[in-house]
Design a protein around this ligand. Sequence first.
Ligand code: PGA
Length: 248
Amino acid sequence: MSARRKLVVGNWKMHGSRAGNAELLRGILAAGPCAAELAVCAPFPYLADVATALAGSALAWGAQDCSAHEQGAYTGEVSAAMLAELGCRFVIVGHSERRALHRESDLLVAEKAAAALAHRLVPIVCVGETLLQREHAQTEVVVQRQLGAVLALLGERAREIVVAYEPVWAIGTGRTASPEQAQAVHAVLRAQLAAATGQGASMRILYGGSVKPDNAATLFAQPDIDGGLIGGAALKAADFVAIGRACP
Ligand code: PGA
């Protein structure tokens, strides 16, 4: 059994409403404690509600992005300091939807991770290849380049990050990486973390991409998979809790 505590994070993306979120959180809390650490990453406008609903509970919360800048004339952006003030523990950076739709570069993602760490948030750094890249045997090159940019900027501070391997072709498609495919990439990433920080064995690497209650247990049983980043299935309390309980 690994010394790393499993972590299951819900990425709500741009879903929800105040009433719907309250019901979802009530459902998750009603299920009681779980061996894994659980967290939800909500849209910015709901973070204050989420903080109120989850105060004093074992469920942590976070955001889905943050600015690389400390403060200033950056209309529409949200700083890591603001998220910290709302009690966030986590912030997702470099999700493939932001890399693709907002053209976020590897360097920008690294700067966002640094901004998060400066405010004691735990950045969940997402990496992952497209289907075309996988078909051209570029998976390792791509994920190592994406993670490498973060490790180069952070140095030993990278020990505090969580990594999420999310193959782009598996996100929201119902097409999950097989446990063997995911494990193979996680092992590559762990070796890269170990070489850069000296502490790869204690760092958590999550898998994301169409994780559901019926496939979570076999994914989470892999030696280098330390939990999941969950999109669609995080929007139903019963499914999210079942995925949390699927952690060995
Ligand atoms: P999915 O999303 O579980 O709906 O595939 C995962 C993610 O994008 O983080």
